[in-house]
Design a protein around this ligand. Sequence first.
Ligand code: FAD
Ligand code: UDP
Length: 367
Amino acid sequence: MKYDYIIVGAGFAGSVMAERIASQLNKKVLLVEKRNHIAGNAYDEYDENGILVHLYGPHLFHTNSEKVFQYLSQFTEWNFYEHRVLAKLGDEYYPIPINKTTINRLYKMNLTTDDEVRKFLDSKKENRHPINNSEDVIVNQVGYDLFEKFFKHYTKKQWNLEPKELSPLVCGRIPVRFDTDDRYFSDKYQFMPKHGYTKMFKKMLNHKNIEVRLNTDFFDVMTEEKFDFLIYSGPIDQFFNYEFGKLPYRSMKFEFQNYKLDKYQPAAQINHVDMIAKITRTVEYRQITKQKADSTTVSIEYPQIDGEPFYPIPTEEHRELYLNYKAKSKELKDVLFCGRLAEYQYYNMDQVVANTLKMFDEHISNG
Ligand code: FAD
Ligand code: UDP
């Protein structure tokens, strides 16, 4: 059989693209996925204790884009959920992002107005213009002490690089607040798919024009299948056989533990920010999904060099390497590169959806 499109990868990029092509263009799509499931890194499933967990770490949906929210709402209902995180430093817990409570608790003060907090941070922060890296972006807002306590060691563990070596976009993801707002994200829409991500993807891909083939590596079948156009959401360096060298990706090992408890930890997510703990995050899923059950499952994250590619590593050097691959990708007229691994961008889910919808409009539906 000949397909109009082959799409590589059943994560957000591949699945949104498949859905658009099938439903809007009425064209035939073969979606190949090397794992044994759809939904990419957003995949969730019930573990052996009946608890809904995210196999590749916690995925919290948040966006300011009404378009993205409306688009995904075709495939799921939502539960309102605002994520809250505590940073564990020694034996103490502090709200992260840094806010008024964090500062009062850490420095044993009693600042009351937001203006007092602003003035306090003004007295601590260092002028770091231009902002060249992830150390500058935090020290410029809160000074070195808070940076060292909450960002330096966590970042070193997560990326195996000093914050100084990373783009400001990495630590710059985390805001600083003068008030007591303790939400992790500030976006307008913050929800979890009511029945989980995998169910949402199932609905998105349930179309007569879409054939999903799991356990299939594209590179094993690319010469066998006939198609007019390819959409690729895997690692871009692999596509070009690492011609310019390997693009570094950060990996992660997830360990799951189940406890016969109603609640294991004081917040859905604990960031282990000191250098003593070797882990980065522990996440308790029932605090996110609000599932009722007689036990609770927690994931523990161990950042790794080797393993599946999860995070592009945003440094100047890697960006330059990526640009070589990008230039090469533009020479191919019947292949489109789309998604976190294919575009080597530290995208959130909503950014992947927004970008995929845009690419569909600009490159696919216009022929
Ligand atoms: P992926 O989800 O990685 O999908 C790519 C798919 O392609 C994979 O399933 C892969 O198996 C498949 N593939 C690759 N190569 C081949 C091949 N040769 N043949 C066949 N298949 C192939 N975003 C948020 O918005 N909120 C969060 O809270 C959040 N938390 C995260 C936590 C972690 C630990 C990680 C790693 C990411 C998190 N993200 C979060 C980011 C989110 O996972 C991504 O933005 C999104 O999943 C990217 O979708 P994608 O389709 O580009 O890539
Ligand atoms: N970060 C940190 N301490 C924290 C939270 C975040 O140092 O308590 C830094 C760290 O480098 C992390 C980055 O900020 O990788 C972005 O954090 P985010 O929670 O957005 O990471 P993700 O969810 O993408 O893993």
